[in-house]
Design a protein around this ligand. Structure first.
Ligand SMILES: Nc1ncnc2c1ncn2[C@@H]1O[C@H](COP(=O)(O)OP(=O)(O)O)[C@@H](O)[C@H]1O
Ligand SMILES: [Mg+2]
Length: 79
């Protein structure tokens, strides 16, 4: 597996958003579209990966992309 972690030092994910974060049109911004994370998860899942979030040690937000490395077991359709 390959894992990519992106962490920031922002305010962190609002707790009330946690279970809806990746749904389309969920935003806390007045001019937000709420599509960024939804599209990111679609792309990662189209590559048979996972995208999840967790609190960052820095106090901000952390996003984790997990992918199976092509050519390894279970990736017969990785062409
Ligand atoms: N790095 C982050 N730190 C804290 N909250 C975030 C972060 N990224 C996204 N969010 C929260 O998730 C919501 C949805 O994000 P996103 O899907 O990118 O849409 P948008 O950026 O248009 O609001 C944001 O409005 C914000 O509340
Ligand atoms: Mg965004």
């Amino acid at each position: 597996m390959a894992e990519i972690i992106i962490a920031d030092t922002g305010p962190g994910i609002a707790p009330e958003l946690a279970d809806r974060l990746f749904q389309p049109f969920v935003t806390t911004k007045t001019t937000g579209m709420g599509l960024g994370l939804s599209i990111c998860r679609e792309i990662v899942e189209a590559h048979h990966g996972r995208l999840a979030t967790a609190p960052a040690p820095s106090g901000g937000a952390m996003f984790r992309v997990t992918l199976t490395i092509a050519g390894h077991e279970g990736t017969a359709d990785a062409a």
